[in-house]
Design a protein around this ligand. Sequence first.
Ligand code: AMP
Length: 484
Amino acid sequence: MSRLHPGGLVVEPKLREECGVMGVKGHFEASNLVYLGLHALQHRGQEGAGIVSTDGEQMRSHRGLGLVGDIFGPTQLTPLTGDSAIGHVRYSTSGERSALRNVQPFVVRYGGGQVSIAHNGNLVNAARLRRELEQRGSIFGTSSDTEVILHLLATSQQGTFINRLVDALLQVEGAYSLILQTETVMVAVRDPHGFRPLVMGRVGDAVVFASETTALDLIGGTYEREVQPGEMIIVENGTQVLSLSPFPRRERKACVFEHIYFARPNSVVFGSPVYDSRFNFGQALHRTAPADVDLVIPVPDSGTPAALGFAFASGLPFKQGLIRSHYVGRTFIEPSQQIRDFGVKLKLSPVRSAIEGKRLVVVDDSIVRGTTSRKIVRLLREAGAKEVHLRISSPPIRASCFYGVDTPTREELIAHRLTPEETCAFVGADSLGYLSLEAMHNELKGKASTWCDACFSGEYAVPPENDAERPQLDLFGGASPDED
Ligand code: AMP
């Protein structure tokens, strides 16, 4: 799928990606450890994954479409030799969702040797930079914004790899948590706002970088610290670590949605535990929007910590009124209008004995288009719920994310189009309550960060440059993320 941009050239739609990255340097089983870490980061992207290893001379890579466990087995992992490896899991929402060429890490050879790159985030000026590069003769092999960084690096007039990389990154704007690897050096770097997470830890002497601490936990590593916003950490000569701050300082903008929905609840993200944030959001939600009901139930899995917080604060009983199947992929297509509820029924089954005749508070983490909530409310009523009061442990999502979280165009966001009262009527609930922006920030106070809340407030620290940077979901019929 392609479209015309203002210059009249045909460009492919920009991919908007949710991703996870991982890197291990200085361990004889580097690629195996990255493989395990990617399992722990699988929630950050389910469409494709890849690992690139190096033994100091050659790079070897394997990438595939689908889940980490399906892509990699001994046949794929054994050849990935060397004590250095980086990996990536990816989910994109554009029409090219299944293109292998867009699966990272990318490996290229430029004048200075080989380099591989894994990127989590979204650049907001990539379309313009790409156009300029193409006008100067660059030939792109993917439709990913990440490739722009490689072209800037390859065409830089600077001498060393690190200087070239800094030169390249000084030209890009937006969100990037990157892990790069040459034959001898690994680099982890975060954009100056620090939108997306990236942590550093160790397994023995080996240095590990990962999007979330859960990847470190899985491989028996220890968490040392975040890669700081604007920091570039270089690992060379085995496991020697050097930290640079080559970029102008900017206000920190940690993505609040990581704590609301995206990160795994057992991770420490931006220096604070995600589970605690979600539990606290649930408690605050009860203070802001209580309900006279018999029972609290979560929308599993992502709504569960907040529902527990709500139940704890209210003193109401907590039950699992919905059971989630963990075997339904993202690829299920609802076959027709008449049986359109099957999507949610495949994933969520009501527990009739728990909810029949009961007045329920149902806690979910967010409403995006409203289609999931509507189906869930119907499902619960069909299973005998007397009243269904929906409580959402985040503020209404009113604006698209340009920094790496999959939200659709603003027009598709129900909170952009409808008031909370109208949304309540649309989803068919007896009442609807959101966490206010103020209450959300209150719960995050005292944590190390100032936060990016653009999806709720519409205030962008780095505005997208033009329409070419905007998400392209509308080109594909607005399929609901409908995912957890
Ligand atoms: P919707 O039907 O569009 O309102 O989707 C709401 C559901 O999607 C909620 O249950 C959320 O947990 C989930 N959700 C929120 N953000 C995302 C995202 N970026 N990707 C996938 N699912 C999401």
